[in-house]
Design a protein around this ligand. Structure first.
Ligand code: HSE
Length: 439
């Protein structure tokens, strides 16, 4: 290509930001790409409103009326798929419908590079989309799909090409981090904190995936493929969200000089990769514990470069759009040639419950003599080394106390929990809560 011609599908929050940056920085982008970078078409259901909202030239939009029908939009998209002059298509429609997957696959088959922030679509149809792209000799730009403005994809692809990533951990969802921060710092309930996150526009329209860890899981899946070459199905990743985090959990974390965060974690040991998304007690000496509000952070441990942390906005119109525009320039400059990551032969996912981590187990039991001994003995019998037994809160007639362990597996912890129940049936007033501790 000697001119990079771009079309945008969907001119909402992110697509509008892309059009705006491409319009504002046209000269700079062309200079950086080494060729003219031209936005030539936008398809959106509300051309008049979107042009006005984002300050974009109205003539770029397909259709002359203020609004167009979905059928008209489909027909304009079809024209773009068949337009030999268009090199790069930005997909900012969003969602994971068959309709959208079909559009993306048709664009790829037609030889167009696709740039998207759609982590859910890429995570769910990963192999399908990337394999089709490879066969068609085109690239998928997805910098914006993982932690919005943070340049983690190109950092892994380019800057760490002389190293080996050993682990990735981080805060990949701003909404859940905002909620946990508000609960900790202002003593808000989960529901009140969520309501404010929605008011401020951090949460997705439907915040289910922000809260249950799925949004973060989509991003982790993409990084695991990039860093470790491992192709996972989304359901392979053990994911739990922040729905059940209570004041008691936050207090227990504070006692352990830790902060509860929804952590994405992946580590490669030998040929095995451990991967999970779940609330963890992050030690206050770990920088991730200090990331508060809607901010995202990615912490990498490299074999040679050691620890590196990237921090930034994980969402937002122009923030996310800046990553998309960077992908467009990258594609033009590199003529679609991509960087390849490491050899993935023989790499597989580790059985989750075998991976050893330090854990905090909070017990909620009848407040009667012998409970601490019963618990500590059962844990010791499974070969688990106890680090600390925490303050017993003696909540009226119940004993609520945390036990922090040295690294052990969930299999060992489950066996200890079952053993306690067997020795004293009905002992648990609530099931013990088990949270990994991240140093
Ligand atoms: N809703 C997400 C978040 C951003 O709260 O971080 C897009 O994945």
């Amino acid at each position: 290509m000697d001119i990079c011609r771009v079309a945008i599908l969907g001119c909402g929050t992110v697509g509008g930001g892309v059009a705006r940056i491409m319009q504002d920085l046209k000269q700079d982008l062309s200079m950086r790409a080494g060729m003219p970078v031209d936005l030539i078409k936008i398809v959106d259901l509300n051309p008049a409103e979107s042009a006005n909202r984002h300050g974009i030239n109205r003539d770029l939009f397909c259709g002359t009326a203020d609004t167009i029908t979905p059928e008209e939009a489909s027909s304009f998209i079809s024209e773009i798929i068949h337009d030999k002059d268009i090199d790069v298509v930005v997909e900012t429609i969003g969602g994971t419908s068959d309709f959208l997957l079909d559009i993306v696959k048709k664009l790829i088959a037609a030889g167009k590079h696709v740039v998207t922030a759609n982590k859910a679509l890429l995570a769910l149809y990963n192999s399908d989309i990337f394999t089709t792209a490879e066969a068609s000799g085109v690239q998928i730009g997805y910098e914006a799909a993982v932690c919005g403005a943070i340049p983690i994809i190109k950092t892994i692809q380019e800057s760490y090409s002389g190293d080996k990533i050993q682990s990735i951990s981080g805060i990949f969802n701003g909404t859940s981090n905002y909620i946990l921060s508000k609960m900790k710092e202002e003593g808000l309930t989960f529901d009140d904190a969520l309501a404010i996150a929605q008011e401020k526009g951090y949460a997705e329209q439907d915040p289910t995936y922000d809260i249950n860890g799925y949004d973060a899981g989509h991003k982790l899946l993409l990084l695991i493929k990039l860093a470790f070459g491992l192709d996972l199905a989304f359901e392979d990743i053990a994911i739990s969200g922040i729905e059940d985090i209570t004041d008691d959990d936050l207090d227990a974390a504070q006692e352990l000089d830790s902060t509860i965060k929804l952590i994405c974690y992946a580590e490669k040991r030998g040929e095995k990769v451990f991967a999970t998304v779940r609330p963890m007690m992050v030690k206050n000496s770990n920088f991730l514990s200090q990331i508060s509000g809607a901010t995202n952070a990615v912490r990498l441990i490299n074999m040679y470069a050691g620890e590196q942390i990237l921090i930034g906005k994980g969402a937002g119109s122009l923030e996310t759009a800046s990553s998309i525009v960077a992908d467009i320039v990258f594609l033009a400059r590199n003529q679609g040639n991509n960087f390849h990551t490491g050899d993935s032969a023989g790499v597989s996912l580790m059985e989750n419950d075998e991976f050893e981590l330090p854990y905090n187990i909070t017990f909620d039991l009848d407040d009667v003599p012998g409970m601490t001994g019963l618990v500590a003995t059962a844990i010791g019998n499974q070969g688990i080394n106890i680090d600390t037994v925490g303050h017993n809160r003696h909540n009226i007639d119940r004993a609520v106390f945390p036990v922090a362990t040295m690294p052990c597996s969930m299999n060992q912890i489950r066996a200890a929990i079952d053993d306690i129940e067997k020795k004293r049936p009905g002992v648990y007033l609530n099931p013990p809560k088990v949270v990994p501790i991240l140093f």
